[in-house]
Design a protein around this ligand. Structure first.
Ligand code: ATP
Length: 237
């Protein structure tokens, strides 16, 4: 069964794309145990936009790291696309992360020496997509974010908003079914933030992707299908 069919079949089931049950995450700091996440329950349905809001230090990034398999829960479980994601082996989780997830995280920012085109191409290379598909897909993604005329520019030759749009193209090029974004509008002014959010809505429609993102910005929460509010490691709504 190829990937498209598999995803399609899973999509036909009513199960959410992502489900978190009673998840906790603690860190050992010196002799003390620091409880950062204290019993998280959440769902992300297919093709929906879910936002995590909360003050700095409330635990949003820690949660997002676990959702993306970059960290593992201390307790509880994460199910992704019908699989017990948090209990899979590192190798299995890495495979799912590379194929089915896209990231807009500081740590996965653009490679400074590569052009916009080459940055987007890198995702396809990493996900082992057939080389003959690369050119069309890279151009399609850069067109989707409105940067087809800038594809041979390197990041330092682009504005902050343009760089973020390249990062979005890079995050979706390999056709993930979940996009995780940590404060994707943090560095942008109001107009550029609105542009990124319009782009996210467009991507959800055209690319059949779900998006889970963190934000501090109350004005962009309006476009979410669901908002989870985190206070001190727990959701209060
Ligand atoms: N590896 C770690 N070891 C110890 N403490 C950690 C670790 N990772 C996160 N923490 C602590 O967990 C708490 C929550 O951090 P987290 O980055 O998840 O918050 P946040 O809501 O994303 O904040 P911000 O909006 O500022 O990014 C913080 O107090 C942080 O110091």
């Amino acid at each position: 069964m190829n990937k498209e069919t598999e995803v399609h079949n899973d999509a036909a089931s009513n199960a959410p794309l992502l489900e978190v049950k009673e998840m906790e995450r603690s860190f050992q700091v010196g002799s003390k145990e620091l409880h950062v996440l204290k019993g998280i329950n959440m769902k992300v349905e297919r093709q929906k936009l879910v936002m995590l809001k909360g003050r700095s230090g409330s635990g949003k990034t820690t949660l997002l790291n676990s959702l993306g398999g970059l960290d593992t829960p201390s307790k509880g479980a994460i199910h992704f696309n019908g699989k017990p994601f948090s209990t899979l082996s590192d190798k299995q989780r890495t495979k799912i992360r590379r194929n089915d997830m896209g990231f807009i995280f500081q740590a996965f920012a653009l490679m400074p020496l590569l052009s916009a085109y080459e940055n987007v191409e890198l995702s396809l290379r990493m996900a082992n997509k057939p080389k003959k598909e690369w050119k069309d897909r890279v151009e399609e993604c850069l067109e989707l974010v409105g940067l087809e005329k800038r594809m041979h520019h390197r990041p330092f030759e682009l504005s902050g908003g343009e760089q973020q749009r390249v990062a979005i193209a890079k995050a979706i090029a390999h056709r993930p079914i979940l996009l995780l974004a940590d404060e994707p509008t943090a560095e942008l002014d109001t107009a550029m933030s609105a542009q990124v959010m319009a782009l996210f809505q467009n991507i959800i429609r055209n690319e059949q992707i779900a998006i889970c993102m963190t934000t501090h910005d109350p004005t962009i929460l309006e476009v979410a299908d669901h908002v989870y509010e985190m206070v001190d490691g727990k959701f209060i709504s």
